[in-house]
Design a protein around this ligand. Structure first.
Ligand code: ATP
Length: 592
């Protein structure tokens, strides 16, 4: 599968909306108590709403007619008290529900984050980080209103409609039927709109994702953008994506705008019918003016929840696409996962075997083909070869970041597929060219190698790789704050910190992928001593283009044409006068 860039919309699977919504609402199960409390409060609010028109009818028919001022005061006082209670409940309800829905969003976001962390490189290779960010942040946020209103609107409004309907039918059947005459038409209209609106909101979320991906990409690479003065180009691309985003929004919102008029028209016609019939009935049948006044209040109480429900339905349609995108990720199984009954990898000694290994990132392109080698415990192996030959791939396979297509990889005679990924990777130390530092202090960054390391252990590790000296020269020493990716430090300094981090993790197998490429010759000499200490007593793979750095390796593998074409010590390979010899001579000549 090709990489899904900011230019392409993501593919989405068709899932039944009902299934998505049930799955979303299932998150409420953990908050049953709070939801019952909210529903209880809602019950009080509904009760007060229903009692209000009845009090009004009593006031009109019994007290105003009879000129009973005392009675009027009592009923007025009662109305004030219950309405104050209702107001208080409304406030409480909003706070309680916001708390619940925020907690649910946190649960979903946490689950999504943890799941994403388990997904394999393969998943991330095919998606820009910005699109993942869009799901974890934007799509989860889009569920806030749906969750909030599900409890506040869905159940209470349904209850209100039923209670009001019963009261209306008890009061007068004909008036009740008149009030709801247009309801079936409204339901049909909404169903028609939602089928179209859902598609459009799906497109909107994808466009939103593209915009996120591009923003993230260009700001991650802002140095490149500015050094090539490509700001105009990126702004134009951004504008293009923004236009698509906006158009998709307008196209979707247009349909939403049909909802309100439809409800309002039905409400209006329903009320007109009630007044039309009601006024006639006052003359011919025994309908009191109090009943008609109460009825007109009940019409409002009948249509308001319908309005709320339509609004909620509208929100569902608008945001269900967000939920679909979240569940799609949660349903993505990691390509690389533990087999059933995977064992814990015993403490690694360091013997590594590649036995007829074949692998390709894409099915049709083999990056390694039938590769076999055996490495003894404690050996240092250097991998050299042209760019794109497959050196990094070999070490990626050893850490099981990808699964091989054919063959078997063993460590100490154990097939790495048979052991848990955690127990395997926790014993490997991987240092790449792209040293990633996190926002925080230098100390925090080194501690990443061993989360419970003491300050002394951190300093010791830094000293071993000769990072201590430069760290102490910084204003705050080990507490110096580095920003994202460590941009406040030089590339070489970042690498020294990463060395300390790796050393602290005491890996059983060490992988240095072009790790010394950015260190100047002076620092390299210092680091070389640190590395030698690091390499001692552990099997190590060193990938380096600078051949001067790997001459001391126990064996050098020359990787090219999907296989290992030469292997031996530096001296052996020079004597053989093959590929390595040519590579070495070319570099040697270039230097001299
Ligand atoms: N994630 C990936 N998805 C698809 N193809 C990939 C991926 N990573 C690497 N490749 C391809 O696999 C081949 C081997 O890549 P690899 O990174 O192992 O080479 P390398 O020898 O380490 O190169 P370099 O010296 O430039 O780091 C290359 O052709 C590369 O384009």
């Amino acid at each position: 599968m090709a990489v899904n860039s900011f230019r392409e919309d993501e593919q989405s699977k068709e899932v039944l909306k009902k299934v998505t919504l049930l799955r979303l609402f299932a998150y409420m199960k953990d908050y049953k108590k709070q939801i019952v409390a909210i529903l209880f409060i809602m019950g009080i609010i509904i009760g007060v709403n229903v009692v209000n028109p009845i009090l009004m009818r009593i006031a009109v028919d019994d007290y105003i007619k009879e000129n009973n001022i005392n009675g009027l005061f009592v009923i007025g006082g009662l109305a004030v008290v219950i309405n104050l209670v209702s107001r208080y409940c409304m406030k409480k309800r909003i706070i309680m529900m916001s708390r619940v829905s925020n907690k649910i969003l946190m649960d979903i976001r946490q689950e999504l984050y943890e799941h994403l962390q388990k997904l394999s490189f393969n998943f991330f290779d095919k998606r820009p980080a910005g699109k993942i960010l869009a799901r974890v942040i934007g799509d989860v946020n889009s569920l806030k209103n749906v969750l909030n209103n599900s409890v506040i609107t869905l159940i209470p409004d349904f209850v209100t409609i039923i209670v009001v309907l019963i009261i209306m039918f008890i009061m007068n059947v004909r008036l009740a039927l008149g009030a709801m005459a247009f309801l079936p038409l409204l339901v049909a209209g909404m169903y028609y709109i939602q089928t179209r609106a859902h598609k459009r909101w799906q497109i909107f979320r994808k466009k939103n994702s593209n915009l996120n991906a591009y923003t993230h990409e260009t700001f991650s690479g802002v140095r490149v953008v500015q050094s090539f003065t490509a700001e105009g180009y990126t702004s134009d691309t951004f504008k293009g994506l923004l236009d698509e985003h906006q158009q998709s929004f307008i196209s979707a919102i247009k349909l939403n705008n049909f909802f309100w008029p439809m409800v309002e028209v039905s409400w209006g016609i329903g009320s007109a019918i009630v007044y039309f019939i009601g006024v006639r009935l006052i003359g011919s049948e025994a309908i009191t003016s109090g009943t008609l006044i109460a009825f007109s209040a009940f019409i409002g109480m009948f249509w308001q929840p319908i309005m709320n429900l339509s609004n909620f339905y509208n929100q569902l349609i608008t945001n269900v696409a967000g939920a679909e995108r979240i569940f799609e990720i949660l349903d993505t199984e990691p390509d690389i996962k533990d087999v059933n009954e995977a064992k814990i990898m015993p403490t690694i000694h360091g013997q590594v075997t590649f036995d007829h290994v074949t692998f390709g990132y894409e099915d049709h392109i083999k990056v390694l083909e039938d590769v076999s080698f055996e490495i003894k415990k404690g050996e240092t192996i250097a991998l050299v070869g042209p760019t794109g030959a497959g050196k990094t791939t070999i070490v990626n396979l050893l850490s099981r970041f990808y699964d091989i297509n054919e063959g078997i990889i063993k460590i100490d005679g154990v097939d790495i597929k048979e052991v848990t990924i955690e127990s395997l990777r926790s014993q490997m130390g991987i240092m790449t060219q792209d040293t990633f530092l996190f926002t925080g202090s230098i100390k925090d960054n080194i501690r990443y190698g061993k989360l419970d390391a003491t300050d002394e252990e951190i300093i010791e590790a830094a000293k071993s790789v000769h990072a201590h000296e430069f760290i102490m020269k910084l204003d705050d020493g080990y507490d110096t704050k580095v920003n994202e990716r460590g941009t406040k430090l030089s590339v070489g300094q970042r690498q020294l910190i990463a060395f300390a981090r790796t050393l602290l993790s005491k890996p059983k197998i060490l992988i240095l992928d072009e790790a010394t490429s950015s260190i100047d010759t002076h620092t390299e000499r210092l680091v070389q001593q640190g590395i030698e200490a690091l390499l001692q007593d552990r099997t190590s793979f060193v990938i380096a283009h600078r051949l001067s750095t790997i001459q001391k390796a126990d064996r050098i593998f020359v990787v090219d044409h999907a296989n290992i074409l030469e292997s031996g010590t530096h001296e052996d390979l020079l004597q053989a006068q093959g590929i390595y010899y040519n590579l070495y001579m070319a570099q040697f000549e270039a230097i001299s």
